[in-house]
Design a protein around this ligand. Structure first.
Ligand SMILES: CC(C)(COP(=O)(O)OP(=O)(O)OC[C@H]1O[C@@H](n2cnc3c(N)ncnc32)[C@H](O)[C@@H]1OP(=O)(O)O)[C@@H](O)C(=O)NCCC(=O)NCCS
Length: 170
């Protein structure tokens, strides 16, 4: 297979149709990963981008629960193929479920190693943000995500009836 060029681009309020089209392909909820722009009109998506952009710049917790979060789009040869979210720090609720990082790949592009590369690139960004270790809370049946985390140096810390708790030290 020919090599492709992969890069992360940070979400911004000026993001356009290419991202919108990708988000229409990624379900609103899948194995606990939420993709809130799914099902939104283009105008609603643009408002959502603004909120995400503000969240990335937020300092401290808002409304008692909302921690700062930065979203990155994964582009392959100039076309968006997935995205990831980094939460800058955790609350007790996020330690139980949610963790620091979530990621998704367009369904049509899965199984080609992109999920593994996406997390590797998110780790680089998390270090830049100043996160010292990443907690992933992955539903037990989500083999693909567990493998993505383990391939990126993840250590399984705990397994409950519901989730694998995987830590990646940065
Ligand atoms: C998790 C996800 C990002 C993986 O993306 P991907 O591009 O398919 O990942 P990769 O191609 O890098 O595959 C990673 C590993 O999972 C395996 N895998 C992929 N799809 C699989 C599946 N449906 N069932 C079991 N294993 C699977 C691959 O064989 C690979 O294993 P290997 O490293 O031993 O070869 C993607 O499935 C997804 O977007 N899922 C929905 C959202 C989600 O669950 N996010 C994680 C929330 S914690």
């Amino acid at each position: 297979m020919r090599p492709t060029f992969l890069e992360l681009r940070k979400l911004g309020p000026d993001d356009g149709r290419d991202i919108y089209e990708m988000l229409r392909e990624i379900p609103a909820e899948e194995s606990g990963f939420e993709s809130p722009a799914n099902g939104k009109s283009f105008d609603e998506y643009k408002l959502w981008l603004q909120k995400c952009d503000q969240s990335s710049k937020q300092v401290g917790i808002v409304n008692g629960w909302k921690v700062p979060q930065t979203v990155f789009w994964l582009y392959e040869d100039g076309r968006p193929v997935g995205f990831g979210k980094i939460r800058h720090f955790l609350t007790d609720a996020l330690r139980k479920g949610g963790g620091n990082v979530g990621y998704a790949v367009r369904p049509s592009e899965r199984g080609r190693g992109l999920g593994t590369k996406l997390l590797a690139l998110l780790i680089v960004e998390a270090r830049k943000i100043g996160v010292e270790s990443l907690l992933l809370t992955v539903r037990n049946g989500n083999t693909a995500s567990i493998r993505v985390a383990l391939a990126n140096g993840g250590k399984i810390k705990k397994v409950t009836e519901e989730r694998h708790y995987i830590r990646i030290d940065l």
